[in-house]
Design a protein around this ligand. Structure first.
Ligand code: 5IU
Length: 468
């Protein structure tokens, strides 16, 4: 079977449909691709897997196993595995959250290469989820094969993660073939083409993709209209630091001692006020004094995640009265815009700022793909209060929005509870984030001042190297 025939067959079984569809992300689309139907047509399924295996021959890296992205590509990978006698792995989607279940089923050795099999790619985020799961058990991935590339950013997104995507056909080619055979009219062809260009998921910035002129922190401070980011970038510029310490300690004394010592090296201190066992309002007074003396801001990592009315109360009232002292707070976007609106009712009049959690550092977290995209949109629509993101990389080019990244250590690695570490150089230099958040790398160091200085230098040097 040639590719044209395959496309026509996929259309005939309604794997590709045209009309008005609302996608998972809420976006209206003139085309809908759902290749799950293929399992009901075994001959077609074998054809599709033959095409995928042909594409696999273009893989640059070597691989000992293949792994289908759950679920649609699972039977496709199975067909290939059986026909080509290549062992298969299964990524268990449900293992998220159930620590005892294996994330990857099948036999492998650390360092083995694996080829990813996928049916359809949009932004590439599903492939990446599977890659991350494989990487977490020591399996290397260099290539992925996909039947249909919707041309909405997957190639660039995966390239950024050092993965080459080999597609059998692109959506623009599919519509050309269908038009040629009179299956769709030219109106639909132009609608789909417009849709493709208007809905491209932007890959994260990397050094070679960053705009030529990288703004200094000083210049960004000038551009900011929100008082908190204006001040933050000014501090970063003056103190030459993009380091935030995460003071996750259990007593007021320990927190204050750490901040007194490393105050000169940080632009902000992040707290988890509910960890402290001997909390008293006097603590906050002292905290504010140290912050003022050493010129850094206070960020309570409260991760608000309830309906607007509740977060409003949690922010302003209770034992900690967070809005009275924290310049910055953060929130999950999962409840919808109400969470921002509720917090804003308290914070706006006090000139406070909020960061939205667009991505997390922990293994198997769900803040990926469409969730991240929707979070970016929520931030962009509330810039009077939302001043940036907690993320694992730069997500948008607006220089007045700040990107802060937790999960940072001088050496990559992980802890026993799912935390995954990146280096300051990777976070600032390669992923284009603005700020490194470091907890145990500093507070558990033998010499905390020496450690803080080392992180300050590493983070700042990575930033300086980006400047023209
Ligand atoms: N934190 C993360 N990852 C996240 C988010 C917050 O680590 O995705 I959102 C917090 C948790 C902890 C700090 O308070 O940042 C990191 O501490 P360590 O550097 O000790 O892992």
């Amino acid at each position: 079977m040639d590719l044209e025939k395959l496309i026509l067959e996929l259309f005939a079984v309604e794997g590709i449909k045209f009309g008005n569809y609302t996608l998972k992300s809420g976006i209206e689309a003139p085309v809908y691709v759902d290749l799950r139907v293929v399992i009901s047509y075994p001959k077609l399924m074998v054809e599709v897997s033959n095409f995928l295996w042909e594409a696999a021959k273009k893989a640059k890296g070597s691989f000992k196993t293949i792994c289908g992205v759950p679920y649609t590509a699972l039977p496709l990978a199975t067909c290939i595995s059986v026909k080509e006698n290549i062992p298969m792995l299964i990524r268990r989607k449900e293992a998220k959250g159930y620590g005892t279940k294996k994330l990857i089923e099948g036999i492998f050795n650390e360092g083995d290469g694996c080829l990813i099999i996928e049916d359809v790619c949009t932004s590439g985020s599903s492939v990446l989820d599977t890659v991350q799961a494989l990487n977490s058990v020591g399996i290397a991935v260099t290539d992925a094969v996909v039947l249909l590339d919707r041309e909405q950013g997957a190639v660039d997104m995966l390239k950024y993660e050092n993965i080459t995507l080999h597609s059998i056909c692109k959506l623009s080619h599919v519509i050309e073939v269908l038009e040629k055979h009179g299956k769709i009219d030219s109106d639909m062809v132009s609608k789909v083409k417009t849709f493709i260009t208007e809905n491209r998921f932007k890959p994260p910035s990397s050094i070679d993709q960053l705009p030529k002129k990288v703004l200094t922190y000083g210049e960004r401070s000038e551009l900011c209209t929100h008082p908190v980011t204006k001040e933050l970038f000014k501090i970063m510029h003056e103190k030459e630091t993009n380091l935030v310490v995460s003071a996750d300690l259990k007593t007021t004394k320990e927190v204050l001692q750490v901040l007194k010592k490393i105050g000169p090296h940080i632009c902000m201190a992040k707290t988890h006020i509910d960890i402290i066992e001997d909390y008293n309002p006097e603590f906050v007074t002292q905290l504010c004094e140290i912050a003022k003396k050493h010129n850094f801001l206070l960020f309570e990592d409260r991760k608000f995640a309830d309906i607007g009315n509740t977060v409003k109360l949690q922010y302003s009232s209770g034992l900690y009265r967070i809005s009275d002292w924290a310049h910055v707070i953060n929130a999950h976007s999962v409840p919808g815009e109400g969470v921002v609106k509720g917090l804003k009712e308290v914070g706006l009049v006090k000139d406070r700022a909020c960061l939205l959690i667009a991505e997390m550092s922990s293994l198997g977290n769900l803040a990926t793909g469409d969730y991240t995209v929707a979070t970016i949109k929520m931030a962009e629509e509330n810039k009077d209060f939302v001043v940036g993101f907690i993320s694992q990389k730069k997500l948008c080019d607006d220089p007045t929005l700040v990107h802060m990244t937790p999960g940072v250590k001088l050496e990559c690695g992980k802890d026993s509870l799912g935390q995954q570490y990146l280096t300051p150089d990777e976070v600032i230099g390669r992923r284009g984030s603005d700020i490194i958040i470091v907890g145990r790398g500093i507070v558990q160091a033998h010499d905390i001042v020496k450690a803080a200085k080392a992180y300050q230098q590493a983070g700042y040097l990575a930033y300086q190297q980006l400047l023209p």
